[in-house]
Design a protein around this ligand. Structure first.
Ligand SMILES: [Zn+2]
Length: 302
């Protein structure tokens, strides 16, 4: 059922569906890309940005909004670091704004001490020039969003094949009402709290059941819960969104989340039939003309 929900959400965002998931294996991902490509108009932004294999050099610029923009001067998170490993490397989505990449590197190294979390398995960040993707995301377009697996990093280095094939850990119970006690640990809570307390983080997207567990476990110091935003899916990974860095005039920030811990009525809604069966509208792909003009110049660059 969660697959259907995620699909509906993708349609709402105009991303298209085809049952694409962040945790898909390389073969499933390739099949979804081919299926999406077969139906897209030639000037669809997903098609144009999805075929770019290299970044555009230059001063790093996050251009536009998280779900409607692109990225100049991207850098790649190295496949391996002291406390991280990049997953699904064949997707070529480990590119990001340098501010996000250095944030992830620093975060990964402080988490073992801060949260008892051994390191980050990093999922999709952005394409070499940002922009909409053929599969899986409405946002991740300006290089300030990153998906982090809810699987703790193993103590050994995974092979490239393992990174493309290894299944991710689902921490939500089958009925979607709460976390799965078999896979959810206190370290998950500490990890998410540590990330939320980072000043550059604007929002973190998690499954509503995860937010429910965080609300239940938090004590009186609850300010960090504001950034924890319930969203469909996000049961295999969570999504970190940074605020627009300074000196980025073309980066469009999002209004801050409403004040409060978001644990009351707002969270309850996510468990209603209305939330579980959102209306699905026909997918309307973003065209290049829907993005800021600077994005058109970015894909035309060599
Ligand atoms: Zn994401």
């Amino acid at each position: 059922m969660r697959a259907a929900l995620f699909c509906a959400w993708l349609l709402v965002l105009g991303v298209g569906c085809g049952n694409a998931f962040a945790q898909d294996t390389a073969a499933a991902e390739a099949a979804h890309r081919a299926a999406v490509l077969a139906h897209l108009p030639p000037d669809a932004a997903q098609r144009v940005f999805g075929r770019e294999l290299t970044p555009v050099a230059g001063l790093p610029q996050a251009i536009g909004a998280y779900e409607r923009g692109c990225l100049e001067g991207a850098v790649a998170l190295p496949a391996d670091g002291p406390n991280w490993q990049v997953m699904r490397p064949s997707r070529n989505r480990a590119w990001g704004h340098p501010v996000l990449i250095s944030f992830l590197e620093r975060l990964a190294q402080q988490l073992p001490v801060e949260a008892g979390w051994p390191g980050l398995l990093v999922g999709d960040i952005a394409q070499p020039r940002g922009g909409p993707m053929l599969t899986g995301h409405g946002s991740h377009q300006v290089g300030l969003d990153a998906d982090i697996w809810l699987t703790p990093m193993p103590s050994r280095r995974l092979s490239a094949a393992e990174r493309d094939e290894m299944p991710a850990t689902d921490v939500v119970a089958a009925d979607g009402n709460d976390v799965d006690e078999a896979t959810w640990t206190p370290q998950h809570r500490r990890l998410l709290e540590a990330v939320a307390r980072e000043p550059g983080v604007a929002r973190i997207f998690v499954n509503p059941a995860i937010k429910r567990a965080l609300c239940r476990a938090a004590g009186t110091d609850r300010g960090w819960l504001t950034k924890m935003r319930p969203w469909w899916g996000h049961n295999y990974h969570f999504h970190i969104r940074l605020s627009c860095p300074s000196g980025q005039p073309e980066c469009r920030s999002q209004v801050p989340p409403p004040p409060g811990d978001g644990c009351g009525k707002e969270l309850d809604w996510w468990f209603t039939p209305e939330a579980r069966h959102p209306p699905s509208r026909p997918a309307k792909p973003l065209l290049l003309a829907d993005l800021p003009p600077a994005c058109g110049r970015l894909v035309a660059a060599p």
